[in-house]
Unconditional design. Structure first.
Length: 148
């Protein structure tokens, strides 16, 4: 019954990291490396080449996909998403390099996606929420990725 109580009334615990509002909790996930805020430049190094860990961003959330190395690692079919924001590529079901931005470009605002592409992206987001630990958020680096 505690699940029902927690569902309706919350657990009553404060999240010391402040990340719980950004990243859904996972009861079955291993303890993640808590980084908090990632900039595209800092995310990029977690691409499976420069660092053994593989992090992928989707809709501003950063996931530790290291356990999915066969998919996202250097020889995996989704390897171009490792260390980057994969949102547009997943929404459009495209692995083309033009679907991801370089670390020194503005973060993709996802303008121009169709309703079905938005729905596909939301399905991917649900998948990642269930499969991989969310370890932080992707934000623009001042002076590098901001559009001001």
């Amino acid at each position: 019954m505690s699940f029902v109580r927690d569902f309706f009334f919350g657990r009553g615990e404060e999240d010391p990291t402040g990340l719980s509002k950004e990243c859904p909790s996972q009861d079955n996930a291993p303890d993640p490396l808590v980084e908090g805020i990632f900039y595209p430049r800092t995310l990029y190094k977690y691409n499976g080449h420069d660092d053994e860990k593989i992090f992928i961003a989707i809709r501003g959330r950063v996931y530790d996909c290291t356990t999915g190395r066969s998919f996202y690692g250097p020889s995996g079919p989704y390897n171009n998403f490792a260390g980057k924001d994969a949102s547009r590529g997943l929404a459009m079901n495209s692995f083309d390099e033009s679907m991801v931005r370089d670390w020194d470009e503005p973060i993709d605002d996802l303008q121009g996606l169709t309703e079905s592409q938005e729905a596909a992206l939301n399905q991917w987001l649900d998948f990642f929420d269930k499969k991989y630990p969310c370890i932080g958020t992707l934000e623009p680096e001042p002076g590098v990725n901001d559009t001001n």
